[in-house]
Design a protein around this ligand. Structure first.
Ligand SMILES: Nc1ncnc2c1ncn2[C@@H]1O[C@H](COP(=O)(O)OP(=O)(O)O)[C@@H](O)[C@H]1O
Ligand SMILES: [Mg+2]
Length: 234
């Protein structure tokens, strides 16, 4: 039996047989403002707080301050978890020499996860890789190497990707979805938010689109409720 890593996000784990398979890599896809970063931070916060599993958040675009504001609003005490070495946030910036940027950054991610002994990792977002290189083959290989290295570390990883709005658009450069073990799609068709597990290896996951809400308690998924596929934006 595969070990399951609980997200602890209300309504989520019942959609995926109790949690993400240990050591897997999951793509969290959605357009801007869908709740990807909140979902990921909540996954790490719960991991640290409820399950005492060390987590690392690597942000490639957003300023860490945004994460702190977010967590204050949700009353997630990240600071005490940082002090207990259960949570760490890193901001990675592009270096002036961009020739080997993608390989350099992915190697750094693996190093940080290893040093910290992370059981959970977030990379937000891998779309940033395409700012540095536009060779899709190279990006694909770098993501593949990253995922395999993290699997060796038994790290369960969420990779966010910024998609265009619409129900069928998963990724930006059209390769990431084949490399990851799972895909979670977030949608926002104002005023309605929803979540959908498109793929999860080795799991009889729920195949429906579920209503989701974000409020001062974070994310909550209505695992019983259903939104029709047709109701999502094209
Ligand atoms: N306390 C809150 N209550 C309700 N909605 C919120 C709250 N905080 C953030 N949001 C919503 O979440 C959105 C940001 O989510 P975020 O995870 O940063 O999106 P993404 O990473 O997908 O771009 C905001 O645009 C806002 O609509
Ligand atoms: Mg974000």
């Amino acid at each position: 039996m595969v070990n399951r890593i609980k997200t602890g996000i209300p309504g989520m784990d019942e959609l995926i047989e109790g949690g993400f398979p240990e050591s897997s890599s999951i793509l969290v896809s959605g357009s801007a403002g869908c709740g990807k970063s909140i979902f990921c931070l909540e996954y790490l916060y719960n991991g640290a707080k409820l399950y005492k599993e060390p987590g690392v958040y690597v942000t490639l675009e957003e300023h860490p301050n945004n994460l702190w504001w977010m967590s204050q609003r949700f009353k997630w005490d990240l600071l005490s978890l940082e002090r207990e070495n259960l949570l760490k946030v890193y901001k990675f910036d592009p270096t002036p020499d961009s020739r080997n940027e993608i390989e350099f950054q992915t190697k750094r991610i693996v190093e940080k996860a290893k040093q910290f002994g992370a059981k959970r990792l977030v990379v937000d977002s891998i779309t940033a890789f395409s700012f540095w290189v536009d060779d899709v083959g190279r990006i694909r290989y770098a993501i593949y190497s990253l995922i395999e290295a993290l699997r060796e570390l038994n790290c369960t990883t969420l990779l966010t990707v910024e998609s265009l709005p619409g129900r069928n658009d998963v990724s930006r450069f059209g390769v990431e979805e084949f490399l990851t073990d799972g895909i979670v799609q977030l949608h926002f068709r104002p005023p309605h938010r929803s979540i959908f597990v498109r793929k999860l290896r080795g799991t009889r996951h729920d195949a429906r689109v579920h209503p989701m809400k974000i409020d001062d308690n974070g994310i909550e998924i209505d695992s019983k409720g259903e939104i029709l596929w047709e109701a999502l934006a094209d």
